[in-house]
Design a protein around this ligand. Structure first.
Ligand SMILES: [Zn+2]
Length: 211
């Protein structure tokens, strides 16, 4: 996870589209898609807000960071509370469509004092470490918050499948780099790590932090 800067004030189309709505259900599908598209492109650079898998409008949903059920009146259309998450079933075994990680897994359970909110904690990436297998765990900054957040989002996935996907992304990157002369590999890697839309970017930045 890494910090996500929310547009402030919210984009005018969001205010127009939601100002008279009584409930989330009344928010029409095509208008939700427009919001998703805006957030994915402009705030999340194509990645899930939690696991950083690449997402599209069709493979994602609008995520209430604080579940709207906590305070329907104030949270449902609070732009600062909205992100876009993957559906949490991408890394399951074949045929398993259950929600195994990220926003859909998190559901309605929420402790605001423990959850690391990616829109509020500027150095959120530093709360986590990864091993060479792609497994994420808490750093020493605040183990209670990091552990709570990891558990709520299940960021290693069911049977560590999400961790495995991170490891595969790392291997693919290394393979790709070996196609270039050693002299340009470092530059290629640096450019790749600067790109906010690279899948699992926080993991890769951590793994190659001394490169
Ligand atoms: Zn995700």
């Amino acid at each position: 996870m890494k910090y996500i800067r929310k547009t402030s004030p919210p984009p005018p189309f969001f205010i127009t589209d939601t100002q008279r709505l009584a409930s989330w259900k009344r928010y029409r599908g095509h208008k939700k898609r427009k919001l998703k598209e805006y957030i994915i492109e402009n705030e999340q650079f194509g990645l899930c807000c939690y696991c950083e898998k690449q997402i599209t409008i069709d493979t994602s949903h609008i995520e209430h960071i604080k579940p709207k059920s906590i305070d329907v009146l104030n949270l449902t259309f609070d732009y600062a509370n909205l992100l876009v998450s993957c559906e949490g079933n991408h890394f399951n075994e074949m045929g398993d469509n259950s929600k195994s990680n990220c926003g859909q897994f998190k559901d309605k359970i929420f402790d605001e004092n423990l959850f690391l909110n990616v829109t509020l904690v500027a150095n959120v990436a530093e709360y986590f470490v990864f091993d060479s297998e792609g497994v994420i765990s808490s750093s020493q900054i605040d183990e209670a918050k990091a552990a709570y957040t990891l558990k709520l989002l299940n960021l290693n996935g069911k049977n560590n499948k999400l961790a495995e996907a991170r490891k595969i992304a790392k291997q693919a990157l290394i393979r790709n780099l070996t196609n270039f002369p050693v002299a340009v590999q470092k530059e290629k890697l640096r450019n790749y790590l600067q790109n906010n839309s690279s899948e699992f970017i926080t993991f890769l930045r951590y793994i190659f932090r001394y490169a």
